[in-house]
Structure formats: C-alpha cells, structure tokens
Design a protein around this ligand. Structure first.
Ligand code: TRP
Length: 338
C-alpha cells in the first residue's frame, strides 16, 4: 500500500568548524537535494549540545553555531521547506535521552567507535587510566544522538560512514523500547550513506578532513582559494605529457562541481597533456564561479544573527510539535503519567 505520510529525513550538523568543500559535496549538497524530494519531510538541525562534548570555548561554540547555519542556508537549504532548528532549543530531546539511557546496555556504549578510539589512544600513550580524558558526554554521545533521531520519527538519516554505527545504535535502542512495551513507539531509523562523501580528496590527496589540515574552506576569499588550489599535490609530469585524470586530485575535485560536459572537456585536456599550472587555474576558475554567489549570501547572513535566530525559532516551533507527540507516547508507554 502506498503511504501518504512523508518519510522523515533528519540529520544533525555538529558546529565544530568552518565547512569545507568535502562537507559541501559529501553532506550539505546531498542533504539539500533530499529536502526537495516531495515524498519526504526534511528536519535538519545544528547539534550544539553534541559539540559541547569536545568544544569548551563559549565564543567558538556560539560562532560556529551561527556560521554553520549560515553556510547551509547560503548553499541552498531553504528554511521554508526544511524544519531547521537548534538542538538546544528542543528540551524534549534531553528528556527522551534519559528514557533511552535507561534502555541502553552499558556494553553498547563501550563498543561505540568514538569511545573505543579514545581508549585506544590512552593505551598507546601508556596511560594507566584508560578512561582518562573521556567525559560522560562523549561516552553517552550515541544516546543523545538516538534521542535526536527517535524523537522526530526519522526514518532516513543521511550521514557520513563514520556515523553509521551511531544510527545503528539508535535503531537498536528503539527496538529495545518497542519490544519491552510490545508497541511501535519508535520508528526504526536507517542511515543513508552518500558514497561520494567518502572519496573527496584534500590538498595532499588524502581524504579531505579537518584533522588532516588539508581542506579547502568553502567561503575562503578568492585570493586564499587560489592559493590553496595551487597547493594541491601533483606528480612531476611535465606540460605536454598526457596525464591520468583518475589519479589527479585536481581532476577529482573539478568533477565534483562541473557539468558532465565540462568534465569531458577537462578529461580531454588531461589526455592532451595540460600543464599542472593550467589545470589548477581551471579548477580555481570553476570553484570561484560556483562559490561566488553562496559566499556573498553567507557573508551577509553570518552577520545577521537576529535573522538566524528567527529561523531557528520557527524551526523549533515546528520541531517541538512533533517532539511533543512522541514524548507523550513515550511517557504513556513507560508509565510516567501526566
Ligand atoms: N554525530 C553527528 C556528527 O558528528 C551529528 C549528529 C548529532 C547527528 N545528532 C545527530 C547526525 C542525529 C544525524 C542524526 O556528525
């Protein structure tokens, strides 16, 4: 049977840095595209309380919250179409997180990747306390994330592959609760992985990532953008020598932004032995053309916190309507009567 209720697609955006090209192509662009699917209802939010697990500088947390929101809107997120909110504006999330914690086996958290990575780092450093530097926010991070997801009845959760395990944990927790009360209290979520996101190379050819310091910030001013493009690693082949586009970071980045025709022409230029300098110039020109307008929109918006607050407020109102229904169902199921 065809269902008429739109499928809820939800994702959280951790405000911990300035968005780079990898974020755009791997996360922002596909999420914005999904929000145009008429069979879906998109809820996207800034996960500011998730950021607090690692970011303890108040000014930075606030600045990133606004700048990341401005970036998403500048790159096409339409707040009229997407319920766009700030996690911290939804108190229901935190109430649900407690309920979920009461259904989460401690061992499940022990197996979460981020926690395991912290333990391993301590082990390698010869630290006697393996939990050194691990706060309970980091440890229970997957529970808060499960609350984000389950509260809004999300069915599809677009995330990078590093977040897949977290979505599976949310699904597991949902099942524990549903089974306990023999009712379909929660919708079972599934991760939606955009494979393109996994293969965006950075300046040094490794995956573009903040932790490798090899990123191209989306809204870098033109001069900086050009400088970064000219830092992209190339091999020593000379002008006139045919070059393999598949092995070239410049080509890989170009292809992510170009039309199929532009890509085909660039491929021919590689076969004809384009000089690296000219290839870089072409990539810079394409980036500048595609990013000029979003950059201007971003710069205007990021200075207008009042406008962003109004957007967050409207988003929170819409999100809290869904949240209230879910929480009522949950309280009734577990016996917290009102
Ligand atoms: N943990 C995600 C990240 O680090 C952000 C996030 C928080 C999230 N809550 C979420 C993603 C809910 C999807 C759904 O990127």
């Amino acid at each position: 049977m065809l269902s008429l209720t739109p499928e809820i697609v939800l994702t959280g955006i951790k405000p911990t840095g300035t968005p780079h090209l990898g974020n755009w192509v791997g996360a922002i662009r596909p999420a914005v595209a999904l929000s145009h699917d008429p069979r879906r209802r998109a809820l996207y939010f800034i996960a500011d309380y998730h950021a607090l697990t690692g970011l303890k500088n108040a000014e930075e947390l606030k600045t990133y919250t606004y700048s990341v929101a401005a970036a998403w809107i500048a790159l096409g997120l339409d707040p009229e179409r997407v319920i766009f909110y700030r996690q911290s504006d939804i108190p229901e999330v935190f109430e649900l997180a407690w309920v979920l914690a009461c259904f989460t086996p401690k061992g499940l958290m022990n197996r979460a990747h981020a926690y395991k990575a912290a333990i391993q780092k301590n082990q390698e450093a010869g630290e006697s306390d393996l939990d050194a530097g691990v706060n309970m926010g980091l440890y229970t991070y997957p529970i808060l994330m499960a609350a984000d997801i389950l509260l809004m009845n999300a069915r599809a959760v677009p995330v990078g592959s590093d977040q897949q395990q977290h979505v599976e944990i949310a699904r597991d927790i949902a099942q524990y609760v549903n089974r306990q009360y023999r009712a379909e209290i929660f919708t079972l979520p599934e991760a939606l992985i955009d494979e393109q996101g996994a293969v965006i190379p950075g300046l040094d050819g490794r995956k573009m990532s903040k932790s490798y310091r090899n990123t191209i910030p989306i809204f870098a001013p033109p001069e900086e953008l050009r400088k970064l493009v000219f830092r992209i690693a190339t091999d020593s082949s000379r002008p006139g020598e045919p070059k393999d586009p598949e092995a070239s970071t410049i080509f890989q980045l170009y292809r992510l932004l170009a039309t199929p025709e532009e890509t085909a022409a660039f491929r021919r230029a590689y076969e004809a032995g384009i000089a690296w300098k000219d290839a870089k110039e072409a990539l810079y020109a394409l980036l500048e053309e595609r990013l000029r307008d979003p950059r201007a929109r971003y710069q205007e918006l990021v200075q207008n916190r009042a406008a962003l607050d109004r957007i967050f407020e409207a988003g929170a109102t819409a999100a809290r309507e869904i949240a209230g229904d879910t929480l009522k169902r949950v309280r009734q199921a577990v016996g917290i009567a009102r």
